[in-house]
Design a protein around this ligand. Sequence first.
Ligand SMILES: [Zn+2]
Length: 208
Amino acid sequence: MEELRRQLCDYGRRAAELGLVIGTSGNLSARDGDFVAVTPSGVALDRLRPEDCPIVRLDGTIVEGELPPSSETPMHLAVYAATGTTAVVHTHSVFGAVVATTMTELPPIHYNSLLLGGSVRVAEYATYGTPELAAKVQEALTGKQAALMANHGGVTIGAGLEKAFEATRLLEWLCEVYVRALGVGTPTVLTEEQLADVIVRAFTPPPA
Ligand SMILES: [Zn+2]
């Protein structure tokens, strides 16, 4: 768990440096078996120390740590219970929040959307930190690596913090492209057939 706590600090700092979070917003967690290391409540992600990150069981019981776990810990735990993933990243990134405030889904406008499972659903609004929000996010993530949270931000999952963090960067990039494209004209959405062709190509070995 010490390594996971250290990684929470590394990726927390990167999230702040990249402007994906401001102040004490945003939270990250990583799981090892029945235990989850999570960022604490009320500490800016660029000022975290490993020992600041509480460790909780999957049922939410606090095992270690002097600071309270992030207020969104119920959401992280609901996602672990539903997906079996090992890392969750939640930010208030600007373009993610723009899409989450104006739309019900981010359509697949670029083939890299497939890395997140295609279109990205926007979970209905619920108050932060509540079991209601946790349930809505869990549902929106079904079959996906990412979801947006109405009038709030985004959440991504992955096998380890590096993958979950890269998914957050990709989600923000896709949201920015979509929002900027809307300012220029009507974005074309990729068809099911076009997306299927990408999957075929990705899994076809190159000619020898
Ligand atoms: Zn939040």
